[in-house]
Structures are given as structure tokens and as C-alpha cells.
Design a protein around this ligand. Structure first.
Ligand code: CU
Length: 209
């Protein structure tokens, strides 16, 4: 091979490597994990809501109960903080859903009050409840585990009914097409991780709704 041939080989090699490196540094696409099981539940306004109503949007969904003393509130505060940091256009394409696994206490009225008191914007955030069977089905479908460990009716004549559950944490990121793209199993993920994940989906330009 002559000098010219070697130069061409070297140039070709450099071009090839830069393509490979470019591909490696490009943002990784979230894989499609599985189809998000659909459901029909009741929201904080007493209206029926189906997951499939939100095709064309990106959905972040978690599972909570309103009398949780700690983790559920922290988790929803985190989702609120993440949402607050998105650009206006991105916010419009994102729907937050919190499904209660405590339908006995978390009626639509309780959910509405909870959202209002904590500043969770109910216009873009669905708080869902249902019958015991409906909730059992949805939580089974999404791998939510929970167990009632305390059942408190506070004082005589008080309407306060407090449950305590032992439960795992399930947060799912669902794309515009109803596919689960990521699950978060704890509350300690950095805001930036979820923002990047949402942005990677919203950057695709799928806006049918
Ligand atoms: Cu909790």
C-alpha cells in the first residue's frame, strides 16, 4: 500500500470512529418496555377517566394514598417540582396521574381536597380512585404492593379516618402511544433524570392531541 493508500485508510478510519463515537455520545433512547395496561377509574371531579384518554400525551403515573405520613407526599412533591421545571410547551404535553390504592378513604372529594391543600394543579393532574376491585386490578397490573397496617378512626364523632399502609413505590413513564418507557422504584432519583426522560420523549414531535 502506497503513502496515498495509507492516508485514505487513515482518513476513512477517523471518519468511521467519529461516527461511532458520535453515536455513543448521542442521548440514549428509552426502550419500549411493554404496553401500559388500560383502566377506567374515577377522578377528583367524579368523572370517569381512562388511561387511553391521554394518547398523544406523555404520562407520569404514580400510586399513592392521601393519609400517607411521608413517602407518598414526598413523591408527589417531586413530580410537582419536575413539572415546574419543564418548558411551557412541554407542560402542555405532560399529564400527571396519581392512583390511590386506598379507595375506602380516598374518595373523589378527599382527593380533590388533598390536591388543593398541597398545591397540586388539578387541571393537569388526575387523582384517581375506584371500587376495591378496580383498584386491585390496576395495582396488580402495575406491580404495586401495599398492605394495610393500621386503621384509625380518630376520636369520637371525628370524620378523620386514617389508614397506614406498608407499600412499595411505583412510578411509570408512559409515552404518547401508551407504552411504558421507564419505571422508577424509589423517590431518590434526581429531578434531572426524570426531566431528561420526559424531554427525550417529548422531543419526538408526536403531538396528536
Ligand atoms: Cu406512602
Amino acid at each position: 500500500m502506497g503513502v496515498q493508500g495509507r492516508t485514505i485508510t487513515a482518513v476513512a478510519f477517523i471518519i468511521m470512529m467519529s461516527i461511532v463515537l458520535g453515536a455513543c455520545t448521542a442521548k440514549a433512547q428509552l426502550p419500549i418496555l411493554r404496553e401500559a395496561p388500560d383502566f377506567a377509574l374515577t377522578n377528583q371531579d367524579g368523572l370517569e377517566v381512562q388511561l387511553s384518554d391521554f394518547r398523544g400525551k406523555v404520562v407520569i403515573m404514580d400510586f399513592i394514598y392521601t393519609s400517607c405520613p411521608d413517602v407518598c407526599g414526598r413523591l408527589n412533591n417531586k413530580l410537582k417540582t419536575v413539572r415546574d421545571q419543564l418548558e411551557v410547551g412541554q407542560k402542555q404535553d405532560l399529564v400527571l396521574i396519581s392512583v390511590s390504592f386506598d379507595p375506602e378513604v380516598d374518595t373523589p372529594e378527599v382527593l380533590k381536597q388533598y390536591a388543593t391543600e398541597r398545591g397540586f394543579d388539578a387541571s393537569t393532574w388526575q387523582f384517581l380512585t375506584g371500587t376495591a376491585e378496580q383498584i386491585r386490578q390496576v395495582t396488580d397490573d402495575y406491580g404495586v404492593q401495599y398492605e394495610l397496617v393500621e386503621d384509625n378512626h380518630e376520636g369520637e364523632g371525628s370524620h378523620q379516618h386514617i389508614h397506614a399502609f406498608s407499600h412499595n413505590i411505583v412510578v411509570v413513564l408512559i409515552d404518547w402511544d401508551g407504552m411504558i418507557r421507564k419505571t422508577y422504584g424509589h423517590v431518590f432519583f434526581p429531578d434531572t433524570e426524570m426531566i431528561d426522560d420526559i424531554t427525550s420523549l417529548l422531543g419526538k414531535g408526536h403531538k396528536e392531541a
